[in-house]
Design a binder for this molecule. Structure first.
Ligand SMILES: [Zn+2]
Length: 194
């Protein structure tokens, strides 16, 4: 191995991404291993340490952002349950659905519906899981900042073997998945005739 190879490698902080760790171990994800090491777990609930607050300041590509709305944005989950697992997040650092303004709540709902249409157009899932975990006790990985999960589901996707079979491909295609969904989103929401 040359020194050039070493220089080309870069450790990336998982805490800089809007991932929501879940109960499913994914040992193939280097970001996850960093997370398990504790380096990127937010030390407090403040906005400075919050990946959902930091992500909008990154480029779409670096932040895995699929779409930016007026009061909320859509991003790929760094810890996907399935390919195309999206999160709809308000820009504001609020924890609870009741803290959103009417406009924010409306947009989170609208973006969730558009996310379903876009993912259906791209990868034809058989169904979806939608949901918000409110509070750490309910399973929220980043409890301080509200996020709506949009998880495409395929028949048989919870089987052990398909999960194993994806173990190497999935982390490598996160960027490609973002590109695909962002392009599909733009096409799906473009005014007629443009
Ligand atoms: Zn936040």
């Amino acid at each position: 191995m040359t020194s050039g190879d070493q220089d080309s490698r870069r450790a990336e902080r998982a805490g800089d991404h809007p991932g929501v760790p879940d109960a499913f171990e994914r040992l193939w994800t280097p970001h996850r291993m960093v997370y398990v090491g504790g380096q990127d777990k937010p030390e407090d609930d403040g906005e400075a340490a919050c990946p959902f607050c930091r992500t909008p300041s990154r480029s779409d590509e670096d932040g895995l952002v699929v779409h930016r709305g007026a009061s909320a944005y859509v991003v790929l989950n760094l810890y996907p349950y399935n390919p195309g697992h999206l999160l709809v997040c308000p820009y504001r650092h609020v924890a609870d659905l009741t803290e959103l303004t009417d406009d924010e709540r409306d947009e989170v709902g609208a973006l969730t519906a558009t996310a379903m249409r876009v993912v259906r157009g791209v990868s034809a899932p058989d169904g979806f899981n939608l949901g918000m975990n409110q509070g750490a006790v309910a399973g929220a990985g980043i409890a301080a900042h509200l996020h709506q999960h949009v998880v495409p589901r395929w028949n048989g996707d919870s089987n052990f073997l398909p999960v194993v079979a994806r173990t190497k491909a999935l982390p490598q295609v996160l960027g490609e998945t973002r590109d695909l969904l962002a392009a599909a989103w733009a096409a799906a929401t473009a005014p007629e005739g443009i």
